[in-house]
Write a protein that binds this ligand. Structure first.
Ligand code: ARG
Length: 475
């Protein structure tokens, strides 16, 4: 284990220093409560790799600009690589007295590289450092979540391809409305997730500017090349206003809002899965891998993963509300309040990634129950609109009249306790004498979905075409 310097050294006057990085600013060491409220190392150590990446870029630029020597830069770089290795191998002992990841890394660097290490912080402040680290961290999560969403979309597309011809009830108000196809239903989520990815991509494009070099808040008198550090770190450009650079957290809010909207979509599909997997619906079967049994009721297969994803939006939107509330009313520039940005962002990112992965697993394993779906699709007079459309098309009836006649036919079928397709022709003709045998061709669920050929409609051929388009887009 590597021992970190705790605040054991003394400042003038015999008082212990608060910690080695602040110097003698405080007469007495912070008590345990202050240390605890002040420290972020418990959570911001997750940004160690980003912190070190940012520091290496900064040191490289300082040397290129002649602000530090080449030897110092090499010592810093080797030292930082060593620190990263220690952290990755779990050999690093994080110190609460050193508050945060920035000072923990820097203190260890000074142990390793001495004076060279102490030159790293030239022209830099923790304010631009933390702003840079969190941007790098969020950007990496954005890329991971995007990849996860792309594979979830592929899973939905596979379902759509396999189920392009499976007929199921389409609902409004959760009342059977018109038959649709399983594939069409799956592709509805592909569309939603495609927009979610668009929101994450927008967020990424807007956030990809570098705060490093803004220093504490005003910029610095050292001749930094901010374009160089921005480019080294993969940012499009340096942020143009130093006050904004250290204070802006709207990208984190944008990330959390994109997560919230995406989690809302996952929550909706989760709810459908819970309904579909129920013994009352039996529309689809979730695999054992994503269901659990009950400890007391042997017959139960509970859709726990779907329920948990349905719930995760609570945490994610909670993170958005928490951080918006933290930032609201903060004066420029950096305020310590901003340290409260990390935990909601970390938690939401973890939750989002897990929910997407679990949803992908469920979708891949999901097995539609085609017979049950078809029977349900035909129930509830679901082809009534097809009947009305037939009256319009074949008999030339105005749609409003056709709607009225169809209503009377539905009432007749209801009275007889049969489906529209089983209503005898004479019973139909008693309502509208011009109806012919031909009407039965539109009353099956297959005919109904096959006729929905308008762009974006549920017809199996449309579904196949849209699934192919998405396959192409998703690669
Ligand atoms: N741990 C701090 C944070 O997360 C780092 C920046 C501290 N800056 C300062 N001037 N106290 O926000």
């Amino acid at each position: 284990m590597v021992n970190m310097a705790e605040n054991s050294d003394s400042a003038g006057g015999g008082h212990p220093r608060a910690n080695t990085m602040w110097g003698g600013r405080f007469a007495a060491g912070p008590d345990a409560i202050m240390a605890e409220i002040n420290a972020s190392i418990g959570f911001d150590q997750r940004m160690a790799a980003e912190d070190i990446e940012g520091s290496r870029a900064h040191a490289g630029m300082l040397a290129a600009q002649g602000i530090i020597s080449g030897e110092d830069q090499q010592a810093i770089d080797a030292g930082l690589v060593q620190v990263l290795g220690e952290i990755e191998r779990g050999e690093f002992s994080f110190s609460t007295a050193l508050e945060d990841i920035h000072m923990n890394v820097e203190a260890r660097l000074r142990e390793i590289a001495g004076d060279a290490g102490a030159r790293l912080h030239t022209g830099r402040s923790r304010n631009d450092q933390v702003a840079t680290d969190l941007r790098l961290w969020v950007r990496a999560r954005l890329d991971e979540i995007d990849a996860g969403l792309a594979s979830l979309m592929r899973a939905f597309v596979a379902q759509a391809e396999q189920g392009a011809d499976i007929v199921m009830p389409g609902f409004t108000h959760l009342q059977a409305a018109q038959p649709v196809t399983w594939g069409h239903h799956m592709l509805a989520y592909v569309e939603m997730l495609g927009r979610d990815r668009g929101r994450f991509a927008d967020c990424r494009a807007r956030m990809n500017e570098c705060p490093l070099g803004a220093a504490a808040l005003a910029g610095t008198s050292f001749p930094l090349d901010r374009h160089m550090t921005a480019a080294k770190l993969g940012f499009d450009r340096p942020m143009a206003n130093s006050l904004d650079a250290v204070s802006a957290r709207d990208y984190a809010l944008e990330f959390l809002s994109a997560c919230s909207i995406c989690a809302m979509h996952l929550s909706r599909f989760s709810e459908e899965l819970v309904i579909w997997a129920s013994a009352q619906f039996r529309f689809a079967r979730l695999s054992d891998r994503f269901s659990t049994g009950s400890s007391i009721m042997p017959q139960k297969r509970n859709p726990d993963a779907a329920e948990l994803i349905r719930a995760k939006i609570g945490r994610i939107i909670g993170a958005f509300v928490a951080l918006t509330t933290v930032l609201k009313g903060l004066p420029l520039a950096y305020c310590k309040d901003m340290q409260e940005d990390k935990e909601p962002v970390f938690d939401a990112a973890d939750t989002m990634a897990l929910a997407v992965a679990a949803m992908e697993g469920m979708v891949r394993d999901l097995a539609p129950n085609a017979e049950v779906l078809k029977a349900a699709a035909g129930a509830g007079f679901s082809t009534a609109t097809d009947l009305a459309d037939w009256l319009v098309r074949v008999l030339g009836m105005p749609f409003r009249d056709a709607h009225h006649v169809t209503g009377a036919l539905v009432a007749e079928a209801e009275r007889r306790g049969c489906d529209l397709a089983d209503l005898p022709l004479d019973a139909m003709q008693a309502v509208e004498e011009r109806i012919t045998e031909d009407v039965y061709t539109v009353l099956t669920v297959e005919a109904s979905v096959a006729s929905r050929t308008t762009f974006g409609g549920t017809a199996p051929d449309n579904v196949r075409a849209q699934a192919a388009r998405w396959r192409e887009t998703l690669g």
